[in-house]
Ligand binder design. Sequence first.
Ligand code: T5A
Length: 218
Amino acid sequence: MSADVSVSEPSRTTGLFISFEGIDGSGKTTQANLLVEHLRSIGHNVTRTREPGGSPGGEQIRALVLEGDAGRWSPQTELLLFTAARRDHLERIIRPALANGEIVICDRFADSTRIYQGQRGADLRAAVEALHDLMIGQDPDLTLLIDMDPAIGLSRAHQRGTGEDRFESFGEELQRTNRAGFLALAKQFPKRIRVIDGTQDIDAVQDDIRAVVMAALT
Ligand code: T5A
């Protein structure tokens, strides 16, 4: 087989599930897009998706949870909505793509629920895990956690201007708590979650990400 053919026909027969995580505005979307572009350019089949959303039903739930007043939903109701969206997304998009041998790159997954909902009440983290085990039962093979100063992340997220700002309206203190929570998760799952320094320029962050992903693919 020539070098050209091996590049255009990667030999993966089982999929690889990669998620991006981090606080709001940490650069997940930018980095996920660059990674997808790179992996496709070297011949991989990639499904690019996101949460909340990713499937038609999941996107409808996305509008419910991300728009409106901060107090629109209680943390418990949010947990149910995010889990419902994730279940639909898994059934319709993620599992079929993985079964087809594709690399799935997902902008946020269950770790976001562990942090954004699980840290908002004493008994909520246990409820998040129980519901995850019952209804989702799967975590990514690899999670890229983009670590970022909360003030910078929040100012970047505010520039987005999409109206999906319900969580950012909780303010910088929540971002600080969430950053600490993500870093603690990375210590809890050191094999799956890799911490990337998001304060570097875009290309340098991407270089670090590619090094981790290419190692996972070999
Ligand atoms: N949520 C989600 C839950 O509460 N529970 C859950 O279970 C799930 C799944 C929406 C919200 O939903 C919550 C968490 C969130 O609050 P989201 O759509 O992923 O989730 O929202 P954000 O994280 O806020 O997404 P953003 O698009 O704002 O941030 P990103 O994707 O982290 O950042 P990105 O790439 O869009 O970059 C933001 C800006 O910074 C610039 C970019 O060009 C862009 O302008 N930038 C950089 N500038 C300088 N240097 C760099 N290295 C840069 N990288 C990016």
